[in-house]
Design a protein around this ligand. Structure first.
Ligand SMILES: [Zn+2]
Length: 135
């Protein structure tokens, strides 16, 4: 995306030069990119209000998601981990002792409960959530 130096500076100032999502400062793996919080493909504008700095890692993870969709994507990743563990238990059921299965199921239930709690309390949080972002 082509933009003026002035616009880029305004965007950098919003998060003090840090990635809006993880808070990383500039590192040697490349300059921070400019991210559309609401992606263009979902109708987001290219005004400063909708733009933030994002490191490569966060930008690649977020892709065409809105910020809220990004939060749920992150939580969804933990859910997938639980689902995979459950599938594994099912698949290798005959080799796993009742005690071990019981222990794993208990642990998974705890993680599951905490994800629900986390999701209700605003899912994942990002660096910009905790700072005052000027527009
Ligand atoms: Zn980041």
């Amino acid at each position: 995306m082509k933009m003026s130096k002035e616009k880029r500076k305004q965007i950098e100032a919003k998060t003090d030069g840090r990635c809006a999502y993880c808070g990383d400062i500039y590192r040697f793996d490349g300059e921070h990119q400019v991210d559309h919080m609401i992606p263009r493909i979902q109708g987001g504008s290219s005004k400063v209000k909708n733009l933030v700095l994002a490191c490569r890692k966060c930008n690649n993870l977020k892709k065409g998601r809105t910020v809220e969709q990004f939060r749920y994507y992150i939580i969804g990743g933990i859910r997938k981990y639980i689902e995979q563990a459950e599938k594994h238990l099912e698949l290798y059921n005959q080799y796993i002792s009742d005690d071990a299965r019981g222990l794993v199921m208990e642990e998974l239930a705890i993680i599951d409960k905490n994800i629900d709690r986390l999701a209700r309390s605003g899912a994942a949080s990002f660096y910009f959530d905790d700072i005052e972002v000027s527009e």
